[in-house]
Design a binder for this molecule. Structure first.
Ligand SMILES: [Ca+2]
Ligand SMILES: [Ca+2]
Ligand SMILES: [Ca+2]
Length: 451
């Protein structure tokens, strides 16, 4: 982010002004409603006194027997003064926007369905000190939601080619101004935008003026309209809040035949974990998968039975260079439901944002390929990623979790050489690969000595 781009208010306003044709009376009306972010709109409720909406309420579904059984049932509040939709939610950020979707501006008129930039962040319920007094409505809350924006919504089916098109697609300047606004939330403590962008562990308050049920959950969004009257505004409460994942196995969300468990009260099964940060334990990547890439949607994992879940890989480019995991794994990510406009009781998946969120279920130090033995194959992996400074996962040879592959990892591999799941195995003769790595280690250590 350059210093020029940090002058966010002018960029936003100028881009809006540039889009107006001042010869048209309608544009003077538009000018009247253009407002700075963080400044109350005429129709805004008193945000400070508006109760938070708990996620358990926001994500409720119609009960069995209802025509819409299983579909989101929540209706947005319409507080005074103008009684238009407005609600306030609070949660901890689970993903960096750039790790999930490609937000790069790319305005295009068509083709049908082409969205250009997309931005999405998941937040989940978080307990803070003082909640009992300050916001008792959030006590014991569970669940979360997605905050989503897309650039070329006018290209969607049913909109593309209609007069509503231009209300729904952002020019590149308009899109970038929106990204600037939501990536740099206003710190409630200072009233100023933060200087480091939104990241996991940020506890935020969202003041929303729209949202839509989609794919089995209720998403916070701007109803795919450009008008600032539908903006959601993001405020920072605190940073670096520790986010613990909830441990699940496939049998928590699926029956033995692989069908998703759907509890209409949302107290169990897949709905209980929707939009939450989870660690899925004891799964293996489907054997038909040969490779993985950023933005992949085809990877599946299975347990020892008939259960199978799709893993969505984030936009993080580290997926394009990291070694695809093997063996029995624990995978950490965001449990999600996106069933399109179809059956609201199916189509759950796990969003994984980084390669290093895949780890061996039962890690043997030095065992890069997770096959239960530390040998030449693991040394070869280490050699292939040798001195990779960032973005490495276990399966690239990063055994100490610092995302780098270096002599620290080599020392771990060397200390466990010949291990086959239990200590005390016979240590084989060093092979050519191991000897080469030993040479690399010596060289690296020698380089670090002060001269
Ligand atoms: Ca749902
Ligand atoms: Ca191995
Ligand atoms: Ca390392």
């Amino acid at each position: 982010m350059t210093n020029v781009a940090r002058s966010r208010f002018p960029v936003r306003i100028y881009s809006r002004l540039a889009a107006l044709d001042l010869r048209r009376p309608a544009c003077w009306a538009m000018l009247a409603i253009l407002v700075l972010p963080g400044v109350p709109r005429a129709a805004d409720p008193d945000w400070q006194t508006l109760p938070f909406t708990p996620f358990s309420q926001m994500q409720a579904v119609y009960p069995l027997g209802h025509d819409l059984a299983g579909y989101p049932s929540w209706q947005m509040p319409t507080p005074p003064p103008d009684e238009t939709p407005a609600y306030r939610i609070r949660g901890v950020v689970l993903n960096a926007p750039a790790d999930m979707l490609d937000a790069a501006a790319d305005y295009q008129t068509g083709p049908l369905g082409y969205m250009g930039g997309q931005w999405q962040v998941f937040i989940q319920a978080v307990a803070l000190d003082g909640d009992e007094t300050n916001c008792p409505e959030l006590a014991g809350d569970v669940g979360g939601t997605a905050l989503w924006m897309g650039q070329n919504y006018g290209n969607r089916w049913g909109i593309w080619g209609t007069t509503g098109y231009e209300l729904k697609s952002y020019s590149n300047d308009e899109w970038n101004a929106e990204l600037e606004r939501i990536n740099y939330p206003i710190d409630l403590a200072t009233g100023e935008p933060v200087t480091e962008p939104l990241r996991p562990g940020d506890v935020i308050e969202v003041r929303a003026r729209g949202g839509k049920a989609y794919g089995g959950k209720f998403n916070c969004n701007e109803e795919h309209l450009k008008t600032s009257l539908k903006d959601f505004d993001v405020y920072l409460i605190e940073r670096d809040h520790a986010v613990e994942s909830t441990t699940i196995a496939l049998d928590d969300v699926m029956a033995t035949d692989g069908a998703f468990l759907f509890d209409f009260d949302r107290g169990a099964g897949a709905e209980l974990y929707q939009a939450r940060y989870v660690t899925l334990e004891g799964v293996t990547i489907d054997s038909s998968a040969e490779t993985w890439t950023a933005d992949g949607r085809a990877l599946t994992v299975t347990d020892s039975g008939a259960r199978s879940l799709t893993i969505w890989l984030g936009h993080n480019p580290a997926f394009n260079t990291a070694t695809m995991p093997t063996g029995t794994l624990n995978v950490t990510g965001i449990f999600n439901q996106e069933s399109g406009s179809g059956d609201p009781t199916v189509a759950y998946s796990l969003w994984a944002m980084t390669p290093w969120e895949f780890v061996p279920a039962d890690p043997l130090p030095g065992d890069a390929d997770n096959d239960g033995a530390v040998n030449e194959a693991d040394a070869a992996t280490l050699a292939a990623h040798w001195l990779q400074a960032s973005g490495a996962g276990w399966f690239d040879g990063d055994f100490n979790g610092d995302r780098a592959v270096d002599d620290l990892d080599l020392a771990i591999l060397a200390a466990n050489w010949g291990s086959a799941g239990s200590p005390g195995g016979a240590v084989p003769e060093p092979t050519a690969v191991a000897l080469a790595l030993a040479g690399l280690m010596t060289w690296t250590i020698a380089r670090r000595r002060p001269r």
